[in-house]
Write a protein that binds this ligand. Structure first.
Ligand SMILES: Nc1ncnc2c1ncn2[C@@H]1O[C@H](COP(=O)(O)OP(=O)(O)O)[C@@H](O)[C@H]1O
Ligand SMILES: [Mg+2]
Length: 218
């Protein structure tokens, strides 16, 4: 069945995907780039079965990933709407990383080492009724957990997510850092390289990334 035959509602349009709410209440993710969604679905099934807060997958094909719809704002939207919750949200983001620390990476993921999401920023966390849920597992791989944590740090410290207030941002970052291992600093150069190579970044952001990395390696 194609989406055209169904009553559906566009919920979100991310960087790479369109996400629809289907009439049966399930959510459909389609990659605009034509990327095969089966590996992402397989990983989500694996992690959901092991108790990680990941949406339950209902069905997947090359073109569509059908999953549980988690009602709630993104963590990034919550920061905009309720900036005074920044410290609590920073702790929640750190807590999600601790949950990832505790899970063994499945053998079928590429690379070697531990489970990495590689894009765990507040736009990929939905604050659902039973707590925060991590979406968008498309970039996941295996490697050094510190790099995953460092990428989240970069995302909240330098990204133009939304012009959320400077004070909220610094509270978010401080609370996040208090909840993760200090060894994250050693992984900042590697994380910066990944971040800057992934999409086009404007000069202001490149400068901000380089300043933060320099402050970690001093
Ligand atoms: N299972 C879900 N429940 C609720 N919202 C979701 C779910 N999956 C994705 N979303 C929403 O759709 C947006 C885009 O999906 P995402 O998987 O992040 O794709 P993209 O690659 O486009 O960023 C997310 O930021 C989130 O707001
Ligand atoms: Mg996303």
């Amino acid at each position: 069945m194609t989406l055209r035959n169904e009553a559906h509602r566009l919920l979100a349009s991310g960087r790479e995907s369109d996400v629809y709410l289907r009439s049966d209440g399930l959510l459909v993710k389609r990659a605009r780039t034509g990327r095969d969604l089966v590996p992402e679905a397989e990983l989500m099934r694996h992690l959901h079965a092991r108790g990680l807060p990941v949406p339950r997958v209902a069905d997947a094909s090359e073109h569509e990933l059908v999953m549980e719809y988690v009602p709630g704002p993104r963590m990034s939207q919550e920061l905009d709407a309720h900036p005074w919750r920044a410290a609590a949200l920073g702790r929640e983001l750190a807590d999600l990383h601790r949950q990832l620390d505790a899970v063994r990476a499945p053998e079928f993921l590429p690379g070697e080492g531990d489970l990495l999401h590689l894009d765990l920023h507040p736009g990929n966390v939905v604050l659902g009724p039973s707590g925060p849920v991590v979406v968008d597992w498309a970039s996941a791989t295996r490697g050094d957990r510190r790099v995953d944590v460092a990428l989240s740090w970069l995302a909240i410290a330098v990204a133009e997510l939304r012009p959320f207030k400077r004070l909220a941002r610094s509270r978010l970052v401080r609370a996040f850092l208090a909840g993760v291992d200090d060894a994250v600093r050693q992984a900042m150069p590697a994380a910066a390289e990944i971040r800057l190579s992934r999409h086009h970044r404007d000069k202001a952001e490149v400068d901000a990334v380089n300043r933060l990395v320099a402050s970690c390696t001093d």
